[in-house]
Design a protein around this ligand. Sequence first.
Ligand SMILES: [Zn+2]
Ligand SMILES: [Zn+2]
Length: 349
Amino acid sequence: MNLTRREALAILGTAAATGLGGRFGSTLAAQAPLFRKGAIIRTVLKDLPPEELASGPSLFHEHLSMRFPLGAKEHFTDDIALMVEEARAAKADGIAAIVDGGHADMNRSLDALKRISAESGLPVIASGGYYMQRTYPADLATKSVDQIADELSKEAAASRFGAFGEIGQQGGVMTDDERKVFTAIAKAHARTGLPIFTHNAYTGTRPTQNPVPKDSAIKQLDLLLANGVKPANLAIGHVCCLDDPKAEIPIEIAKRGAFVGFDRVTIAIVPDAQKVTTIMAIVAAGHASKILLASDFSNARGLKKNGGGGLGQAVTVFAPLLVKAGMPELTLKSILVDNPRQFLAFGPL
Ligand SMILES: [Zn+2]
Ligand SMILES: [Zn+2]
């Protein structure tokens, strides 16, 4: 099968981008997933019933506002008018909502996210928490797990977080402080119901002096589940940066009920062709309902302004590769449209 970009976009139902007429409406009406009564997805502007995001893909880990690495004097997301334009373009590509994976540790601006969402009309979900050891505020080391959990729960309510993320570790083995943060996030999740997505340090197919143990994603899963996290609202992130074409680790995560984050598609830590192979192996093992796609958007090269695939590049650039590899249309739609809503929908407690 040889699809043009136009045909691939049409299959993805991006009617506005192609003018060919999306097919989401008709198929999803019959296939709509069940959400708990009263469950919501919390955007920066309002709480939405998950059914309201049935029109297109939601991307669970991108970046619309950050100033990173720490100490950086400027970042392309400083230009909020530009990010509004890019969000409008993503909406035109059929994207229904985007989760910003940043937090204070990355100098993410909540006001910027609100403005981007209000001016573009694209629903944006803000996240919160702590990133990884080298970005932690100095006083974190002196705080207890309960103190951190308490502060995060309050901040989540005050700042309208729709998720905790990205919660990470900087190396192959968690530091004591990282373990403390993961435990506190689990406790804050129990109090708020907010979904969690993590960051792993997997180094892909590139040679490295410090290889990250293959089971580091499983250790994150173990720690969070042991502290009471509901796997239905948990995504273990950057699993696509693990060199694991047989999908052993993703399948183990899915079997335990959590989502598998393929949230660095288009980033060549593992080549995209291999990510496709791994995803097809997860699907073949019966776990399509646990795959989440996103691109961890953080490079100006991806901007539409610069000729890239835009904020929706997980859909505009990567998803057509899955179609070419033979993924059935309904499976792809369900991965892009249903899985992120199920991950993001939470409550009532
Ligand atoms: Zn990350
Ligand atoms: Zn990220």
